[in-house]
Design a protein around this ligand. Structure first.
Ligand code: G4P
Length: 546
């Protein structure tokens, strides 16, 4: 085959000028994933400090504390100014434009947490060195795996005693099925933590317990036999030599393609609290993490370098004026250039929107606040008309895929306090389902609503919003389900399946059929009994829903 056979025809090659290509290639859109308390907030703060987006340690922590301190959700939501701005944190770093998307965690863990991961190009995974891979990280990684999202790992809290570094690597490999490649190696831990050795630059970074916030001393050395190592590390120098030799002999080589394919994770060790190892990780991150990637649509893949603007809504946040069903849709720019005031087509409704009041999330003190490029996030105000997964473009009708619904993990039954409000309840639940706040199901047999959520707080939010926005008083009781799957299959099988499993079947707000299992075991048995039926843990919004 001659080289011309594989070349992309000129007509299909997106036109892009160099200036715009550079802007796109310098963007890094990412999220930090972790189990609660591993250090995500602390690391976020250090990244923002490095980028100059905040000026004092403690600002992000204070916000987190505020959110916890608020007892009821509506109070928290009234402070939405805070949650909206902290949803997307933009900051410059060494000539790169960083878009850090917040993944709600802890108490406010929700389907949004998963969906944010569909809008990023890569993630930084933070592990607590005392616990290794924990349950929430595993769940988040499952979502990353759906798109083979590249992952860089930061093993945190090395200033405290924890698991042996080799055991942590083994844990990552086994629990997450990711090949690990350490790029830095710790010298001791806890009281004996002396620093990290950068395996690629042959550089020793010294840690000082006395000066936790200080810029750490870097000691370039010729090789591991360099006597300066003994001077700096004394009795721990030989341990380091032994470890590094072992890691170099038995460990994996960095393979950037394997990282980009989501198969290999570079690993750094450090202490976010003392800002140690963070810069090392971030320098590698900007260098190897992917710039904005092409995004699939139902008809074709859209390149970020294409001239025409396109975007997809991945999160919807109820806004300041609930009575007007005011919402802000978070839209990831997928191609072209966003300009304030431009007109775009909202493809599901066919309406043309003029984006005058769109919010751009900008780094501080920067020019051109009214434009955004692929990888950036813009906030579009809508009065309840935008659904999760909706696509926007200048003219070509496109339907982006890849922003699915996720099978709920918690379930409740809805009881209406005033039976005359049942129509309003139906309307409220439909709208709240469309914006992804909750999932509402109705059984094939009976009329009750069953709510499904990924995080428990979604239930409180739903009740508050039903009362506040739809004037519906309701309360919830437990529902006996443990898992849910969307089901489909060949018509003849589905007819038998539906009559045999009727008692466990529901329709969601789009009318799609879902099976609810009383236990994981029951689900597995049912799957075995119906091999031709597909049980899906995610649901892609298709054109038929529209
Ligand atoms: P999260 O967002 O992942 O939930 O974690 P967060 O950053 O809030 O950190 C959880 C706790 O771990 C905090 O302590 C934080 O100070 C501590 N921490 C984070 N990074 C490090 C580290 O590198 N070394 C050590 N020793 N501790 C670390 P806390 O007691 O819950 O809060 P605070 O009172 O310190 O603010």
């Amino acid at each position: 085959m001659s080289p011309t056979d594989t070349a992309v025809p000129d007509a299909d090659r997106p036109m892009v000028d160099e200036k715009r290509r550079k802007k796109i290639d310098k963007r890094r859109t990412f999220a930090i994933i972790s189990h609660p308390d591993a250090g995500k907030t602390t690391l976020t703060e250090k990244l923002l400090l490095k980028g100059g987006a905040i000026h004092e340690a403690g600002e992000i922590k204070a916000r987190k504390a505020d959110r916890f301190a608020m007892s009821d959700w509506m109070t928290m939501e009234k402070e939405r100014g805070i949650s909206v701005t902290s949803s997307v944190m933009k900051f410059p770093y060494r000539g790169y434009e960083m878009n850090l998307l917040d993944t709600p965690g802890h108490r406010d863990f929700s389907e949004d947490t998963y969906r944010v991961l569909t809008a990023v190009d890569s993630v930084i995974m933070v592990l607590d060195n005392a616990s290794g891979v924990e349950q929430q990280t595993e769940k988040l990684m499952e979502v990353c795996r759906m798109r083979d999202t590249p992952v860089i790992t930061f093993v945190n809290k090395m200033d405290r005693h924890g698991l042996q570094p080799l055991d942590i690597l083994e844990d990552i490999e086994e629990s997450l099925d990711l090949e690990t490649v350490p790029l830095s190696w710790p010298v001791g831990m806890g009281d004996r933590f002396r620093g990290t050795y950068n395996l690629y630059r042959d550089e020793l970074h010294l840690f000082s317990h006395a000066d936790m916030e200080g810029e750490n001393e870097r000691l370039p050395i010729d090789d591991l036999e360099d006597p300066r190592l003994d001077e700096a590390l004394r009795d721990q120098a030989d341990d380091l030599r032994f470890d590094v030799e072992l890691v170099r002999e038995a460990g994996n080589e960095l393979d950037v393609d394997a990282y980009l394919d989501g198969q290999q994770t570079p690993v750094f060790f450090g202490s976010a609290l003392s800002n140690f190892g963070v810069g090392d990780m971030l320098d590698t991150f900007v260098e190897i993490a992917p710039p904005p990637q092409p995004r699939p649509t139902v008809t074709r893949t859209v390149s970020p370098y294409e001239k025409a603007f396109t975007g997809v809504a991945f999160k919807i946040q109820a806004n300041m004026d609930p009575k007007h069903h005011d919402r802000m849709a978070f839209v990831r720019v997928c191609s072209g250039e966003f300009e304030k005031g431009m007109e775009v087509i909202h493809h599901r409704t066919g309406e043309t929107l003029r984006l005058n009041n769109a919010t751009t999330f900008m780094a501080q003190d920067r020019e051109g606040v009214d434009t955004a490029y692929p990888g950036d996030i813009i906030g579009i105000m809508s009065h309840g008309r935008i659904k999760i997964g909706d696509s926007f473009s200048e003219k070509e009708p496109l339907h982006f895929t890849g922003v699915p619904s996720f099978a709920p993990e918690h379930f409740r039954k809805v009881h209406l306090d005033d039976p005359f409000r049942s129509k309003h309840l139906g309307k409220g639940l439909k709208q709240l389902s469309e914006e992804g706040a909750i999932q509402a199901f109705r059984p094939l047999r009976g009329n009750d609503y069953i709510l499904g959520a990924v995080g428990e707080l979604q239930f409180d939010v739903t009740l508050d919003r039903l009362e506040d926005e739809y004037n519906v008083d309701a309360h919830l009781t437990g529902a006996p389900y443990e898992c849910c799957r969307w089901v489909h299959g060949p018509t003849e099988d589905m007819e038998d399946f539906e009559s045999a499993e009727r008692g466990n079947l529901f329709r969601d707000a789009d009318g799609d059929l879902a099976y609810m299992g009383l236990s994981e075991f029951r689900l597995e048995r049912t799957m075995e009994n119906w091999p031709r039926v597909t049980f899906a843990s995610t649901k892609q919004h298709t054109a038929e829903d529209e």
